[in-house]
Design a binder for this molecule. Structure first.
Ligand code: C5P
Length: 239
């Protein structure tokens, strides 16, 4: 496997050119940050687990007919993906109230919503990822009403698919974040879907198995990520 030029380096991933102009290699690093990079650390094996968990989630979505940037898991830590023109928004779906939602609004921690809540934030370190509404997103030139409608439709399908898949594995999906990008004239789900970007709770105990362990400075993060991997991957995937 030959990595091309480094195109972009994020807080936890690097994106490299490949021999193919329409494809990129995503390297999942062991770096972890929280609170807009205020809290940071390196956790050995985190990149390994996030890449195999993301690959599995993307495969589940593709099998449900949802178009994503995912092509293949080259080896743990490395995902080959379609090169997208990223839209700088973070699309957060919430099934259970927790995190910033209970800090900002009078929802009760752990309250389950009848219908999922979709929240769209502007992905900008400079402005602190503020929440958008449709008019602001369009006025900023980030997207169009038509594209936002498509994003919400795909997001609801992703939620239904992942929630159903995880339920069978004994996991709850309180919330998660998606990113989208344009590929030719299509809209694809991009970035990663992992315990860094989702909340995942053990169904029976509501025990946290995601990045909240790091945010709160408690528990063995890798033990939790390994547990998620072992619950969602079947024997064939682990080889
Ligand atoms: O912090 P908050 O409660 O708003 O996060 C909601 C969900 O979105 C969580 O699953 C979190 O991991 C994810 N998220 C993310 N990247 C961000 C903000 C939130 O992956 N920049």
């Amino acid at each position: 496997m030959k990595l091309g030029k480094l195109l972009y380096t994020g807080k936890a991933k690097d994106i490299y050119e490949t021999d193919h102009p329409d494809e990129v290699m995503i390297r999942f690093r062991d770096d972890i940050t929280a609170g807009d990079g205020e809290k940071r650390d390196r956790i050995p094996m985190k990149g390994y687990y996030n890449s195999i968990i993301s690959a599995k989630f993307f495969e589940v979505l593709e099998a449900a007919g949802i178009k994503t940037h995912y092509i293949s898991l080259i080896k743990p830590g490395y995902i080959l993906a379609r090169k997208l023109e990223m839209i700088p928004i973070e699309v957060i779906t919430r099934n259970i109230a927790t995190g910033s939602l209970t800090r900002r609004y009078p929802f009760k921690e752990g309250q389950e919503f009848k219908e999922p809540i979709i929240q769209i934030d502007y992905k900008s370190d400079e402005y602190g990822d503020p929440m958008l509404n449709d008019d602001i997103a369009i006025a900023l030139g980030l997207t169009t009403m038509e594209e936002l409608d498509k994003i919400r439709k795909i997001t609801l399908k992703v939620n239904k698919t992942l929630k159903g898949f995880l339920q069978e594995k004994g996991l709850l999906l309180p919330d998660f974040k998606l990113e989208f990008g344009r590929y030719n004239s299509r809209l694809l789900v991009g970035d990663e879907i992992s315990p860094d970007t989702c909340r995942l709770w053990e169904m029976k105990t509501r025990k946290t198995l995601d990045k909240d362990l790091f945010r709160r400075g408690e528990g063995d993060i890798i033990e939790a990520y390994r547990r998620v991997a072992s619950l969602i991957l079947n024997e064939e995937d682990k080889k």
